[in-house]
Each structure stands twice: as structure tokens, then as C-alpha cells.
Design a protein around this ligand. Sequence first.
Ligand code: G6P
Length: 361
Amino acid sequence: QAISKGTYDSYMLKEIDEQPAVLRRIVQKYFSDDRIQIDSELLHELAQADRIYIVAAGTSYHAGLVGKNLLEQLAQIPVEVELASEFGYHLPQLSKHPFFIFLSQSGETADSRQALVQIKDLHYPILTLTNVPNSTLAREADYTLLLHAGPEIAVASTKAYTAQIAVQVILAQALSQEKELTPSKPLAVQQQLGLAANAMQSLVDAKEEIQALVQKYFSKQETVFFIGRGNGYAVALEAALKLKEVSYIHAEGFAAGELKHGTIALIEEQTPVVAFILEGQTAAHTRGNIREVVSRGAQAIVVSQRQFSQKGDQIIFANLDERINALAAIVPMQLLAYYAALERGNDVDQPRNLAKSVTVE
Ligand code: G6P
């Protein structure tokens, strides 16, 4: 069935814009009377696990990195995030009672399927988080949670990434409740996801600001760096991937503290460095890293929910609980990738050499 672009020129922009609605839909689907609705058998089995392994590829892997932080913080369970292509052939020493979560927009990625088959042979419990009901990974898992993002057509994944984060927050919260934990810092998940949807809406409504940034700094640059700490690091990896996929600009995501251990050698006059400051704990350190690159000629762009007196441009979004603000922080970076691709005359929906779903290993 053909999915219409409506008034949009590209699926990518349409799907970026749909994110606030997707987030609201996820809340509707997973909450009833303020209570989370997730299969009790799944929660019971998850609560028995001594370790969760998240297995995924590409953008879904990056969503898994945020999911790890959420599951560890909210449900107090150790989590490993594994690249499907590595995991299937180099199984790590597994814990005694592992539980596997496969993240896949399409539910068809061959690397993930290969890993899933291995795990199935070992008879460990498997949950698939996917956007496609009845996809291969959904059918082969014991449990499925749907992303409810609606069909994602553009090759570069946008709304499925934020949907994966949102469903993982809900799952982490449900697991915390199942384990009867009393968190020292409770997270009002339903309310926070609503606020995140509003924050996303303001960001997509301010597209021209991102377009102007692209025209200012990204039209001639061939290398861009993204840095951050904690979830900011995870978002930096996804932001770099998005830019590479559609604009073909060389981009790298780094843990902010690592830049000085090597890569800072590449900073030249006007190299754009986008820094995510998403947590209070490490904000001062990341600001220090920004000063280091700026003093070497870099052009800094800070993405955060607070205004800092700092050289360079800033993209500010509304105040959210810092455990979930990755949901908002990625949106301007999706737009940045989109406008950089447009500027270079690329096909944003069908970038060269890429496929929406990679069904070969
Ligand atoms: C392909 C797509 C990526 C996607 C990855 C994993 O490489 O181009 O956008 O992130 O596959 O896909 P999945 O459907 O498993 O999330």
C-alpha cells in the first residue's frame, strides 16, 4: 500500500515532523488509566533476568544505547548493548539468566536475525521491539512490543529511533514497578513523554533556525564532529550517522572526554563541533571540551536545555527530565542532516548505497 507524502517533498521531513504525534500515540497505546499496559508474563520473565542484552544494528543500536541507561537507572538491572553483526558470531560469556531484547525498525535485518537464531537455539527468552507487526524478528521472538510509529519510508531512520527510546522508557518503568523498586528519583513517564512531544513540536516548528545554521557552517565543511557524555554521547553517535547517511559529509560522534585523546588533532579553523549537554553532572566538563576545540578554531554548536554563556551557536529546547531528553535533542540533528543533504542536492529519501532494510549479512 502506497504511503502518501502529503504536502511534503520528502518522506524524511514528513517523518521528522510526525515525531510529536508518534510519541503521543505511544503513550495512548501503552497507558490506560495512567497505568502501563504491558504483558504481565513478559514483565515477570524480565524481572527474573540477571542481565539484559540489547541486540541491534545501525540507528536501532544507537536507540539501544539510550535504552541501556534507562533500564539500568529505572529498573536496576545490568544491560549490555551489542551490535548484531558482531554478536551473532562472537557470543560473549553470557550471564546465568540472560534476557534478550532485539531492536529493529523493520524486523527484517539479517544481522539481527542471525543473532536471534543463535539465541533461540540456546532457549533464552527474547523480546523484539519493532515497528512492523508480523515481521520476521517479531514472529521468531517470544514477545513483541510495537513502536506504533507508522510506516517509515525514508531510508534514514528518524521517528523509529525516538519511538524505540520512548517504548524503552515505558518498559524500564514497567519493569521497575514489577520489581517493586522505590526509585530515589522517580520518573513521571507519562507526563515526561507528553512534555517531550511538546519540546519536539517546538523544535520542528523552528526549522528555519536549523536551515540557517546549515547554510552558515555546513555548506562547505567536509568534516563535522559530534560530542557528548552519557545519553549525549549516544545522541552524538546517532547525529553523526544521520549526517553521514543523507549529506555524505564525513561525521564522527565521540564521548566528549575522548576528543582530547586523539581526534582533537583533526580540528581546524571553522570545523563544526556539535556538543550535546544533556546532564547536569558532566555539563562543566563538556563545556571545558568546547572551550578546548573553540580555542583551536572550531565552530561550536551547543544543543542543551539551558542557555550557557559560551562562544558559538546554541540550540535550546524545553526543560525535560534529563533521563529522557535525548528524545528532543536528536530532532534538530535530524533536521540538520536533512537540510545539509538538500543543500548538496542529494536524494534525502534514497541516499546512495543504502537500503532501508538490509536483508544480507
Ligand atoms: C539499515 C538502515 C538503517 C537502520 C539499520 C537497522 O542499515 O539503512 O537506517 O538503522 O538498517 O535496521 P532495523 O530495521 O533493524 O532497525
